[in-house]
Design a protein. Sequence first.
Length: 730
Amino acid sequence: MAGGGGGAAHLPARCRLGRGAAGTAAAQCPGDPDLTLVRDARRTLAQQQDQVAQLRGELAHERQQAAVVEAATTRRRERQERDLRRLGSELAGANRRAQRAESLADWQREIAGEAQRRAAELERQVQALQTEQSATAARLISRYRGTVERAAPRGTLRRDLYERALGRGLPAAAPDAAPGGPVRLCTSTSPLLSIVVPVHGKWDYTRACLASIEAHRPAVPFEVLVVDDASPDRTAELVSASPGVRLVRTEHNVGFVGACNLGASHARGAYLLFLNNDTEVRPGALDALVDAADSDDRIGLVGAMLVYPDGRLQESGGIAWADGSGWNYGRDHDAHAPGFTVRRDVDYCSGAAILVRQELFEAVGGFDQRYAPAYYEDTDLAFAIRATGHRTIVDPRAVMVHHEGVSHGTGVTGGVKRFQEINRAQFVDKWASSLVEHLPAASELNVWLARQRGPAGPRGGLVLVADHQVPMPDRDSGSLRTHRLLLQLVELGERVVFYEARATALAGKAAASRELELGLVRAADLTLVVSEHEQVLLRDLVPEADVRVLSNVHHPAGAVPGPQGRAGLLFVGSFDHLPNRDAVAIQATVLHVVGSNPSPDVLELADDTVEIHGWVADLVPLHQRCRLSVAPLRFGAGVKGKVGESMTAGLPTVCTPVAVEGMALVDGEHVLVAADARGFADHVVALLDDDALWCTLSETGASAITERFGPDVARAALRDVLATAAKLGS
């Protein structure tokens, strides 16, 4: 330290003053080891920070990649789970079909054996008749030989005629079947269907019923049980003598309810068909009843459509009013009218011809004995079955002739028929909590509303669908969408009414039509569109509108064959639709052109490389045969069904931007998109040459369509719509 003046330190000459981070003077000495160490540490720290940033970026990328892989794995797992569920369902169905096939084979062997036995018996009878005829002829010839010789000497015309007749013999007249005799039925010892026929006399009607069953046998193994309820005539004797019919007898008269329950206790089939003895089976009726029950495990009871002997409609399902009284829907109307020929959920069906699952019949305790001897047991059974969560439907394909009133008459003041009024009071007492939801006594409007049940009962939802024509799903994608949505509405238990409006006064007037449609949107509580694009557009035009998306419905195709062995391009579309005609005209590389009503200009495209198929019933063979699908649309609107159907089938697709509008598909990930002819052709060539690209787009495209347009998506949207409608209506 030198000098005074405040003790300032003297720095070495090599050091210089600098400005530190805090703005203070700091000595920077290049040769100072400590400073060198600091600089190195800072440099190392900066490098490490760069490395950390790089690692973070790599980690983020890996996480992103992992998320992509996880999403793909999830999609693959979900698809596998769907496939497993589908395969499980198919396996269960296959097992059920195999069991039925085995039962059917056994039944057919029984029928063949019976036919052989009958043929052998007939042959013995023929031989006996021939022997008897020969013996009789010999006796007659011996007895009258002398007379013949005198009356018809040899060489005369009389003798020639006599010998000719003698040599040919006279055919023996077939013995007439005894009128009103037993009936032979070809039944099975391992039946799927048990037909229970309760009887109390009236053998002539019973015989006609049994004969109609034999004449119109179902395709499944069946048995017939006739429950003789202490008949006063020879019914038991004649039934006992009828081959193939099982006779069950009561010790004393127990009535319809007791007889049916007794017959059911002896039945061996999975399905029970209760059939009045005054009914006659029409062709296909028995198969229709079984088919209806097979179509949905939720269906617990299926009723037939009953007609009078003259063909008038007697009943196409029944309506139960709030006071417990019943209504035969369609009585005395035309049995062929569209309103009566639709399978639908109903309040009940007449017990004259109803099919019930045997396990379910046992679970609800059979016909309730409180209604003995008869009446209201069928209505009560339908209510009890619905209480278990099952459906009760009428299937008009199953037509039965019913000679109404033969069993119990038609008056309500005497005989068994008097119990109709007595049992109504018991029925109301038992089901009062359910009947409060039913409509009051019959009126024209109430009959129309109550003819079909909804998920919430008689007062449940009613869906009115209006379109320009009845959907033709094999003709165009719009019809296919409507058809699939209608089916889903029916599966959800809704009452669907379709209104066809082919032409309106505004046809061709675009401006007026636009205002009409926007007015309907403003007036409606909820509007459905097919894509988010249209949802945004409509919300801009009508901000106050509740607009939701309910798009096309595409069912997963299952296993998809790989690219090997495939060849050709596929274009699908109805040629009544102008964009489709335009698309085919500009894309001459299309090999397979499919669609209804090809126009002359489309047909002119046909040559060695362009095959015009026109309408085809099933696209699956072409989906599995072609290499890719193309949709070169230059204009159009809506979500394109042709694109969704092809991609669902695992067929990679090349599209224009218009063709994928509103589908939220990613170019290069789910589909290949090009706006010009050169780019379109390049994409086509790429898919023709690159198997790896084909496989990627096949898998990701199918997954994307299922995720956005699968049945579950549409079903969820429909449930949401119906829930909103229910809230608005409450």
